[in-house]
Design a protein. Structure first.
Length: 111
């Protein structure tokens, strides 16, 4: 079973579209990377991990199957990147500029 078939299996098993699978994968990768790296999602490293995985996945997709119209395939790849990176980027930015929205804890003041 190759990577594309694994992704199709995950989509069918979970009962979600491939686009939704990208969204879920982005969040899961960010949280797993934060856990493994022992970093907050406010750190750039978990976000970079998601970006690295999405680039590798899209490279594979582009090499695995060549569509008759490459422009449509590239557009689909960009949409996949957008779907995967949107929420991890939002969580990263919120964790940096408004951590209280994610934790409910007020940052300590140095007074």
């Amino acid at each position: 079973m190759d990577w594309y078939q694994i992704k199709e299996w995950m989509s069918l098993t979970a009962g979600i579209s491939m686009d939704a699978l990208h969204v879920h994968a982005g969040i899961l990768i960010q949280l797993l990377a934060a856990l493994v790296l022992r970093r907050s999602i406010a750190s750039l490293w978990p976000w970079i991990a998601v970006l690295a995985v999405v680039i590798a996945n899209e490279y594979y997709d582009l090499a695995y199957d060549t569509w008759p119209t490459r422009d449509e395939q590239f557009a689909e790849s960009i949409r996949d990147c957008w779907n995967t990176m949107l929420l991890p980027t939002l969580f990263f930015v919120l964790a940096r500029i408004a951590p209280r929205l994610l934790t409910g804890i007020r940052p300590e003041t140095g007074a």
